[in-house]
Design a protein around this ligand. Structure first.
Ligand code: SF4
Length: 431
């Protein structure tokens, strides 16, 4: 059998960054949300056959065994030395790239790199394409396995955008195959749309997903305001969010939602926050994850921003939205700021950590204008480094004139430079 790379889910929740991933569908069948650039660069939706998916699982299994070189399967014996693992990975990539038995790419169709090459010169698109791999090479597959092992080797994410459209039987067949090839995996998660959970899947089917081995569904709900949801063409309502989340929990699945501060723009900022708090109170998801809006080049929202039909909320307005939510949510849940898009680290359990979270927010709000900007730049630089492990060349070039004796002096930066850098960093954060 020819060895081949396996397809991976580049777009996945931050908590699944070190999960092993398999693609059950490709991209998003909805693809209409105005803020979402993810699949608008040209990648198209497709379903994959069970045979294709099983071939990927088998390819991953074989590559995983080969990663141990001649030392036997050390991973499953509980020994994991990162230096040896990286060394083995480098050797394996070289060996396979030189081998005629090796297919070099997965051959996933509709790669945006080729479909929308007219945007190739746009720096934001170029940056995004470094991370979005619709067509996986052998080095990507092996890096993915290394990353999964270094993360403990226990989690698996099954993508892409809404795996609840698959039947529980189909998901069970996939999960069984993954378990067979990767016995260390104990948690399976998917992205879902609440409209699918609310209107397409019965409670019995949601329970069958749980029985099949699924543990958690991540929903990008973004807002509880029907006005905002309609404006951004989410294709889901507040009621869908509430019904979908309640059904998910009733089925015994963990329910994790993503909320997008800033999505209402200036005009609907207050309504967005209040309706989202109310939706969360009624849906009581296990986790509420904040992921602040970043307007991405070539998204429909970027067009609306340009034409003036959408006015972006200021950083302070976004923080006020989060404050309103933290203050008003009246349900036990866990708030998490686990995205580099967020300005503040607001993390904690409600109701018990409410005061501590409000204190973090208020400490920012009481700052004067310039200290707020300096704080923002510092926070953005730290988040960027945390996500990417360093600075990109364009950020570095802008910082260099303000570095003395190895120390960055943000206070010496003129205000327009600070604004420029904040914008540049935000433009590089993954949506
Ligand atoms: S936000 Fe989700 S549902 Fe909307 S277009 Fe993007 S991937 Fe599809």
């Amino acid at each position: 059998m020819t060895l081949k790379p396996f397809e991976i889910c580049s777009i996945r929740p931050p908590t699944e960054n070190q999960s092993l991933t398999f693609r059950l569908t490709r991209n998003c069948y909805w693809n209409k949300c105005t803020f979402c650039p993810v699949y608008k660069l040209g990648a198209r939706f497709s379903r994959r056959s069970i045979d294709d998916i099983k071939a990927d699982i088998e390819a991953a299994r074989r590559l995983n065994i080969m990663l141990d070189g001649s030392s036997g399967n050390t991973f499953h014996k509980g020994r994991q030395d990162p230096a040896t693992l990286y060394q083995n990975a480098r050797k394996l990539v070289q060996q396979l790239q030189a081998s005629s038995e090796m297919a070099t790419e997965t051959g996933a169709p509709d790669s945006p790199a080729t479909v929308n090459s007219q945007w190739a010169d746009d720096p934001q698109v170029g940056w995004f394409m470094q991370w979005f791999k619709d067509n996986t090479g052998i080095a990507d597959s092996i890096d993915h396995l290394v990353n999964w092992r270094l993360g403990g080797g226990r989690n698996c994410f099954l993508g892409d955008a809404d795996s609840l459209i698959l039947t529980p039987d189909f998901l069970k067949e996939v999960i069984d195959a993954v378990r067979c090839g990767f016995p260390s995996i104990h948690r399976f998660t998917v992205y879902g749309r609440t409209v699918t959970a609310a209107r397409i899947r019965s409670l019995a089917e949601m329970r069958a997903f749980r029985q099949a081995g699924l543990n958690r569904v991540h929903y990008g709900v973004e807002s509880g305001s029907d006005t905002v949801l309609k404006n951004v063409r989410k294709g889901e309502s507040k009621d869908d969010h509430i019904t979908g989340c309640l059904k998910t929990k009733e089925a015994g699945l963990s329910c994790s939602i993503y909320v997008m501060p800033g999505l209402g723009g200036q005009q609907f900022s207050k309504e967005h926050a209040e309706e989202t708090a109310d939706m969360i109170t009624r849906a009581a998801p296990d986790f509420v994850r904040l992921r602040t809006l970043q307007v991405f080049a070539h998204s429909p929202l970027a067009g609306q921003l340009k034409s003036g039909t959408f006015q972006e909320a200021s950083e302070e307005q976004v923080v006020l939205e989060i404050r309103r939510m933290v203050e008003k949510i009246d349900a036990p849940t866990q708030i998490m700021s686990d995205s580099a898009t967020n300005l503040l680290q607001v993390n904690g359990r409600l109701p018990e950590d409410r005061l501590a979270m409000l204190n973090i927010i208020d400490a920012y709000l009481v700052l004067a204008r310039m200290p707020k900007k300096i704080f923002s730049l510092q926070a953005r630089l730290e988040a960027f480094q945390g996500q990417y492990g360093g600075f990109s060349e364009d950020i570095y070039t802008k910082l260099i004139p303000f570095v003395t004796n190895g120390e960055l002096d943000i206070e010496a930066m003129p205000e327009p430079k600070i604004d420029e850098l904040i914008l540049l960093i935000r433009s590089k954060l993954m949506p």
